[in-house]
Design a protein around this ligand. Structure first.
Ligand code: TRP
Length: 460
């Protein structure tokens, strides 16, 4: 279920949200799973040295991602409000905390500025796969093809706008029910397709080298900067640190077991990322690509694996279609944060809030879209706009948002309230789990985030 559908439902039933425990799981997973799994996870694992990065990412997911996700959905459910108003409701006398919602809105805009562009590349690749022009296993030809696709300024902008119009239209018109029903059925298909891809990849000649890269850690590559990137990815993956899970939590059911739901979402999300990694890295070594090929990685390797399979072209089209659908689910959850806050706080219509948000993203996103061609030489702190938006959101705003959330839950809201919320007012016998989550949120996660941020940003 997407936000608008939940909204429609909540209008009828006073914001009581999802109808089933399973619905909550699917909706939350629909936000978490996206380009983060298929595109970002493999490319960052490649550029940051492989297994060592993966290990740090796993630790960050367990020690920071999971508790923050639980904390966010808990606050959302308890207040049934948008990412800004949640803090106003809980601590009306301390307006400072609303900053979590505001930085979240900023982060959402920056993420959408580059995310919609990558989604555009996926759409473009659907058509290339259909036309058959992707069926080759030649590394340099594939690289040239990818570069040509993303460098063309007109098509870069046009694809980004197409994605924005499509997702903005879905949010505005409320036709998401159909889309989500489709996505819900197709998510298992994506999973199966990834399993097929993995099997094919594991029988390639470079399988050993690929698996070694992915699973045999070389700790010499794990620098402070690498750790910060892994932490940023953990936040990005679980859609936390900027309000998506706060907002989604506000549609959770009262009898939802929050820690268990969050744990399941995390595990399912992680398995999809790992499958993508296992599908991609053997191909990197077999077809002479480089793990450091960056954002191009999935667009180069996946067609090469499919080209080596019978019926490859059909599978390839299916793969890019499914990835596009997954990215739409994630984009809707990002758009929902500013749209929900603008409509509820300024009493704007959904139409107006969406139109303004989409327009802003189109303006902000244009230099990111052009970063791989016409605007490649426009840089901020030595980064292209594309990389700058990605860096500022994932490596700065999301961890800071997560840190503030930990402090809010662990030190301002306090133990008894958390205990009551996470045990559904004593109905669940999960005392030990709740204590663990609370201790992580109060002591462990904030300290870790501060150290990682300061070291990663070279403050000390
Ligand atoms: N988690 C999604 C992905 O990995 C992206 C996403 C959706 C997101 N909502 C978010 C990232 C909120 C950060 C914050 O593709």
């Amino acid at each position: 279920m997407t936000p608008i559908e939940i909204k429609n439902k909540t209008n009828m039933t006073q914001r009581d949200g999802f109808t089933s425990t399973f619905g909550v799981l699917v909706a939350t997973l629909g936000s978490a799973v996206g380009l983060g799994n298929i595109w970002k996870f493999p490319y960052l694992t490649g550029t940051n040295g492989g297994a060592g990065f993966l290990l740090v990412y796993l630790l960050a997911t367990l020690l920071l991602g999971l508790p923050v996700m639980i904390g966010e959905t808990m606050l959302g459910r308890a207040t049934r409000a948008n990412a800004v108003s949640i803090f106003e409701k809980l601590r009306p006398a301390q307006p400072f905390w609303k900053i979590i919602g505001y930085t979240g809105m900023l982060a959402a805009m920056l993420i959408l500025g580059f995310y919609t562009e990558v989604a555009g590349w996926v759409f473009a690749y659907i058509f290339k796969a259909l036309s058959g022009s992707l069926l080759h296993g030649d590394a340099s030809a594939a690289q040239a093809q990818f570069k040509a696709t993303i460098a063309n300024p007109l098509s870069a902008l046009a694809w980004q706008w197409a994605v924005l119009l499509l997702t903005g239209g879905i949010i505005m018109l409320g036709v998401s029910k159909g889309i989500e029903a489709v996505a819900k059925r197709l998510m298992p298909v994506l999973f199966l397709l990834l399993v097929v891809l993995c099997i094919r990849s594991l029988t390639l000649s470079g399988a050993g080298a690929g698996l070694k890269f992915l699973f045999a850690p070389d700790f010499s590559k794990v620098s402070a900067g690498v750790i910060l990137t892994a932490v940023g990815l953990a936040f990005f993956k679980l859609s936390i640190g900027m309000g998506t899970m706060l907002t989604y939590g506000s549609y959770f059911r009262d009898d939802q077991n929050i820690p268990v739901t969050a744990g399941r979402v995390m595990l399912a999300d992680l398995s999809i990322s790992l499958l993508a990694g296992i599908a991609i890295f053997p191909a990197v070594f077999t077809f002479h690509f480089a793990p450091t090929d960056g954002p191009a990685l999935v667009f180069l390797t996946i067609p090469a694996v499919f080209a080596s399979m019978p019926g490859g072209q059909i599978f390839m089209v299916l793969f890019f279609v499914l990835t596009a659908l997954a990215s739409i689910g994630a984009i809707l959850s990002l758009l929902e944060v500013p749209v929900a806050a603008l409509t509820e706080r300024l009493h704007w219509s959904r139409r107006k809030a969406t139109a303004l948000t989409v327009l802003l993203i189109a303006i902000l996103g244009a230099p990111a879209a052009l970063s791989n061609g016409a605007a490649a030489h426009w840089t901020i702190f030595g980064l292209t706009f594309f990389d700058f938006y990605d860096f500022v959101s994932s490596n700065l705003l999301l961890p800071v948002g997560g840190l503030l959330l930990c402090v809010f839950v662990g030190w301002i809201i306090g133990r008894d309230w958390v205990q009551s919320q996470l045990s559904n007012r004593g109905l669940l016998a999960n005392q030990a789990v709740v204590t663990g989550v609370f201790m992580l949120l109060r002591y462990v996660s904030p300290v870790l985030i501060v150290i990682v941020l300061l070291r990663g940003l070279k403050v000390f």
